[in-house]
Design a protein around this ligand. Sequence first.
Ligand SMILES: *Cc1c(COP(=O)(O)O)cnc(C)c1O
Length: 385
Amino acid sequence: MYPNILRHPGPTPIPKKVELAMTQNMISHRSEEFTKLYQEATERVKPLFGTKQDILLLPSGGTAALEAAVANTTSAGDEVVVVTIGAFGDYFVSICEKHGLHVHKLEKSWGEACTKEDLAAFLKPLSNIKAVFATYNETSTGALNPVKQLAEAVHEHTDALFIVDGVSCIGGAPSEMDEWGIDILVTGSQKAIMLPPGLAFVAVSEKAWKVIEANRTTVYYLDLLSYRAWAEKSMTPNTPAISLIMGLSAVCDLIEEEGGFAKTVERHELMKNMVRAAMKALSIDLLTSDTYASPTLTTICAPKGLDLSAFLTHLKKKYHLDLAGGLGHLQGKVFRFGHMGYCFPSDILQAVSLIEAGLQDFSYPFESGAGVKAAQDVFLSSVKN
Ligand SMILES: *Cc1c(COP(=O)(O)O)cnc(C)c1O
């Protein structure tokens, strides 16, 4: 009877308007109705990426789009750099290694971000680097890499492509792909874009297209040249996720209703500040510093003296608040509070209040209401101006 309050860093809740859009009658992907839908949706979603390039739509999860970025730009034996600040950076490393690339791994400890200086120093002694890969928002830690600055380091020190995994933040974080010099930007539907899983997005710069044209790829289903050729006719090479593209159109309506994408970004920034203020008021540690804190998810350290796994199970069972646990070596040590997509300041007040209720049940020492008040203060100061 009680709805599950899903506050994960993906999948995320779906707005009713989007759900309804996805229930429309099926259409052929070779019809005029489809080309119109495709053209409008791919055009209207561009501000989320900050690009004038076409947005290619793959009927897949984010991982397939990451693999497409790797497989279309490189060949076995090529040297690449992967910046990894957590589990999803390591994921990019695995994809590159599987494709037989020679990977130079720039690793930072979990919770930190990679700075321009870190990357510049790492790139200096290297040569023949074909591509540099980085995660924009590290979903395992809630750290946001400064990709604009990383792009500068890549272009100042190499001729390499700069390829970015934006899966858990495009739609919630600012992105100026063209201006910043990102060559390929990839995301998925089920995180900040308010859609179910099953649709992936790839945007490619002019420079990257030249590399892709010259590269002999061995993939068929993920061949981006084929996607580009069909996109010219506002179609896809094979059957796309038609219902999800109908939903995407509704997502663009909602962003417009909010006042445009800049407003959506502001809301995510506000929710981040609310969550962080609340946890600080409860004397609960945050994994990342304010400087590199993600606008779409916050990774929170286990409250002192609590059995974290029991606490999360309790919150879900008693209060229907569904938070995500830690990944890799952070399992049992942190939990992840997703605040992206169809999530609002009122949802933050609700979740913080329920976290406080759970803390009381576990006899955690704190001043009741302190977290809610801190979050509310941040909210109210934003409403005033
Ligand atoms: C979720 C996620 C992925 C994987 O996406 P799937 O849709 O599960 O394939 C990759 N990178 C990041 C940063 C993610 O958050």
